[in-house]
Design a protein around this ligand. Structure first.
Ligand code: KPL
Length: 309
């Protein structure tokens, strides 16, 4: 079994800030995850500035969808760290090369891709995760960790992730825990993102500005709609605890600009479809109203449409 976790057992699909952060946390002197990216196959120097300011450099192996299939043979876990709207295409490009006994872990903001991915798998099991650790890219291969935070991981479909891989993740990622079932944790994080991200993007403000009275009704309303939709989806959430948590995050991250604010400021596609858009989509499925989430979805899409082609 120890043999299973030799070199190349873990691959990270996507090398954004979160993918590189997880790479750094899983990397040891003896072994490191592979990256699967759209770049050509190569050895790549990667730089990491830790929370304490310490800078380290290491050499990572990059594979791509065109790499020789034999290079994928030893992979037992693929951690998918691309944006929610890229998950389907990214996985489709490599799924045929992944061993049947490998396991897929989705780790992105928002919800929804798991519904599509479940149909793409070729016998692999699926787990989901969410993290509130934060990192920023300083360059293509240099990230700076900007915040610690918790990470929840848990199973969605069998075969389950093997015990060794699970321990390796939990030992390496600070503040991580295994949650069964995992969906309540994802809905919980979704509520925080659904309340904070679009409002900061629309009003061009930092997270802290949302503590003002003028946003109170909208924040409570967005969370309340989400709680009803989650309940119809079989996930029970505590509405008032969730609203309190939103305000706690607003206060803890007061000086930060949300990821959606940054996406809009940099004219990038946002994750709105998998945040408020997911609530709206599930609400339609259950014939529920999610008017406030719908309004935020439309407004952010309107802002995006001014620069997205
Ligand atoms: O996760 C976040 C994000 O920006 O996407 C929050 C919690 C809102 C912190 O900024």
């Amino acid at each position: 079994m120890g043999q299973l976790l030799n070199k190349t057992a873990i691959a990270i699909l996507g090398a954004g800030a979160v993918g590189q952060l997880i790479y750094q946390q899983l990397r040891t002197d003896a072994d490191a995850p592979l990256f699967i990216t759209r770049e050509s196959e190569q050895q790549q120097t990667v730089t990491f500035t830790a929370l304490d300011g310490q800078v380290t450099e290491s050499t990572a192996t990059l594979l791509c969808a065109h790499s020789d299939p034999s290079l994928f043979e030893h992979i037992r876990l693929v951690i998918v760290c691309v944006k929610a709207y890229q998950v389907g295409d990214a996985l489709k490009s490599v799924i045929d090369k992944l061993p049947k006994e490998s396991h897929i872990l989705l780790l992105h903001n928002g919800m929804g891709p798991h519904l599509e991915v479940a149909g793409q798998l070729r016998g692999q099991g699926l787990s989901l995760g969410t993290t509130s650790q934060a990192a920023l890219k300083q360059g293509r291969w240099h990230i700076v960790q900007t915040g610690s935070g918790s990470t929840q991981l848990g199973p969605l479909t069998t075969p389950n992730m093997g015990r060794e891989l699970k321990s390796r993740l939990l030992d390496a990622i600070p503040g991580s825990q295994w949650c069964e079932p995992i969906l309540p944790s994802l809905w919980h994080k979704l509520a925080i993102n659904a309340a904070i991200n679009p409002l900061t993007a629309i009003h061009n403000c930092n997270n802290g500005a949302l503590a003002q009275m003028q946003y109170r009704q909208q924040i409570s309303g967005v969370v309340s709609e989400l709680v009803s939709v989650a309940a119809a989806d079989g996930v029970k959430l505590d509405e008032s605890a969730l609203i309190n948590r939103v305000y706690e995050v607003i206060s803890l991250t007061a000086a930060n600009f949300s990821s959606m604010h940054q996406d809009i400021a940099n004219k990038r596609k946002t994750e709105i479809e998998s945040i408020n858009g997911f609530v709206v989509q599930r609400a339609k499925q259950h014939e529920l109203s999610a008017k406030l989430n719908q309004d935020l979805l439309l407004r952010v899409k309107e802002i995006e449409s001014a620069y997205l082609i």
